[in-house]
Design a protein around this ligand. Structure first.
Ligand code: SF4
Length: 373
C-alpha cells in the first residue's frame, strides 16, 4: 500500500476520536475532504478565527479489545501502518499545500503501548528537528504507555490526550478486558497533569480527554462528577463526549439495555456538553447541575433551563444591578451578553435586554427571568 492509500484509510479511521477542538459542534460532522482526499478538520484557533487540522492514525492495527471500537484486535478489517517518516512528510506536505494549522496524531496499539509511542514520538521528533516545525502537534497517549514515553510526548507536543472512556473502573471493565482503568488511564492522566501544571516547564501543553457515552450503563451523574474532578482537580483543558455507536465494534455492550434510545444518545451527548460548559466556563459546581431522578440529565431541556425552573426563588434577576454570576444563571444569557450588560452599565446604564443585541427566542427566554429594576 502506498502512502496516499494508507493515509486515506488511517485519516478516515481517526474520525472516531474527538479529543481535539474539531468536528464536534452540535454533533455535526464538520470535516472537509481536501483536494488530495485527506480528512481535514476545521478548528478554532487559540487567538480567534479558524483554520484546518490534519487528523490521522499512525496505525489501525491494534492489540487491544475495546468493545465499542471498529479496530479492536478481533475484527477482520483492512489494516495498515505508516512509518514516522511518512507521517512527518505527509503532514509537511499538507502545511505547504493547504496551510493546515496542526496535526492530531493517534494510533491503535502496534504490539505494545511503548512501541506505538516510540513510533508516534519519532514522527513528532522528525517534525520538530528535521523540518524545524514549531506549530501545533496533538499526540494521543496510548493507554499503558511508560512514564518515560509520556514525558517525551509532553516535551514534543502542544497538546496531549488520553481517553478516559468511562467514569469509573466498574464501567470501564465492561468496555475492555485488557486495559486496567487505574493503571492505564487514571495514573497516566494524573502524571500528565503534574507535568503540565501551572508554573512547571510544560505548562504550555494542554491535556484533553474523551468519554464514550452510553456504552456501559454509566449515568450522566457519574460522567459529570468525573468531569468536574478532571477540570478542578487535575486541570484538564477540555473534556469531550462521544455517543456510543451501536454496531461499530460488533459487540453488545451493557449500555444497550439503557432506557435511552439509540437515536437519543446524540441528545444525551449534547446535554453533557451543555452541563460541561456550565462547569468549565460559568464555574458552576457539579452539585448545581440539575439531574432527573434516574441520575441523568433531562433530554428535553438544557441544564441551565432546568436549574432555573427548579429555583424560582432566585428570580427575577435585576438587569441594572445584579452580580455577573447571577446574570449568568439566567437562561438565554451567555458570557458574551453578560459582558455587554456590564459594559452598558459602565457606559451610562441599561433599561432593557434588547439594548445588548438580544432578540427573538433568546430575548423571550431571558426576559421571563429578568426585571429592569
Ligand atoms: S486501543 Fe481500543 S479504542 Fe484504540 S484502536 Fe485499539 S481497540 Fe480501538
Amino acid at each position: 500500500m502506498d502512502t496516499q492509500a494508507k493515509l486515506e484509510l488511517l485519516a478516515d479511521a481517526s474520525r472516531y476520536d474527538l479529543s481535539c477542538a474539531c468536528g464536534t459542534k452540535g454533533g455535526e460532522d464538520h470535516r472537509k475532504r481536501g483536494a488530495a482526499g485527506l480528512w481535514l478538520y476545521p478548528v478554532s484557533l487559540p487567538r480567534g478565527g479558524t483554520s484546518i487540522m490534519l487528523k490521522t492514525l499512525m496505525s489501525n492495527a491494534c492489540a487491544n479489545d475495546c468493545r465499542y471500537c471498529p479496530f479492536r484486535s478481533e475484527r477482520d478489517v483492512p489494516r495498515c501502518t505508516m512509518t514516522p517518516e511518512e507521517v512527518a512528510s505527509v503532514y509537511m506536505d499538507c502545511v505547504r499545500r493547504y496551510g493546515v494549522f496542526g496535526l492530531f496524531l493517534s494510533s491503535g496499539v502496534i504490539g505494545t503501548p511503548d512501541h506505538t509511542m516510540d513510533r508516534m514520538l519519532a514522527a513528532a521528533s522528525i517534525l520538530r528537528k528535521q523540518y524545524q516545525y514549531r506549530g501545533y502537534i496533538h499526540l494521543k497517549v496510548i493507554p499503558g504507555a511508560s512514564d518515560e514515553a509520556i514525558a517525551q510526548a509532553v516535551r514534543l507536543a502542544s497538546a496531549v490526550s488520553l481517553n478516559v472512556e468511562a467514569p469509573k473502573a466498574s464501567y470501564f471493565r465492561a468496555l475492555s478486558a485488557k486495559k486496567d482503568f487505574e493503571r492505564d488511564i487514571v495514573r497516566p492522566i494524573k502524571l500528565i497533569s503534574r507535568l503540565t501544571a501551572d508554573g512547571g516547564p510544560y505548562a504550555r501543553v494542554k491535556q484533553t480527554t474523551q468519554f464514550v457515552v452510553g456504552a456501559a450503563e454509566e449515568k450522566d451523574s457519574d460522567i459529570l462528577q468525573t468531569t468536574f474532578g478532571l477540570y478542578r482537580r487535575w486541570g484538564l483543558s477540555r473534556v469531550y463526549f462521544s455517543a456510543y455507536q451501536r454496531g461499530l465494534g460488533d459487540a453488545r455492550l451493557p449500555g444497550e439495555r439503557s432506557a435511552v434510545k439509540p437515536e437519543d444518545l446524540l441528545t444525551r451527548e449534547h446535554r453533557l456538553y451543555q452541563a460541561e460548559f456550565l462547569m468549565r466556563l460559568y464555574k458552576w459546581d457539579v452539585g448545581d447541575i440539575a439531574l432527573e431522578p434516574d441520575g441523568n440529565l433531562s433530554l428535553t431541556a438544557d441544564p441551565k433551563q432546568v436549574w432555573a425552573q427548579r429555583h424560582p426563588e432566585f428570580f427575577p434577576v435585576r438587569l441594572r444591578s445584579a452580580e455577573k454570576e447571577a446574570l449568568l444563571r439566567v437562561p438565554g444569557l451567555g458570557p458574551v451578553t453578560v459582558a455587554r450588560i456590564l459594559a452598558a452599565r459602565r457606559q451610562g446604564g441599561i433599561k432593557a435586554l434588547d439594548e445588548v443585541g438580544l432578540k427573538g427566542a433568546r430575548l423571550d427566554k431571558a426576559a421571563a427571568y429578568v426585571t429592569d429594576g
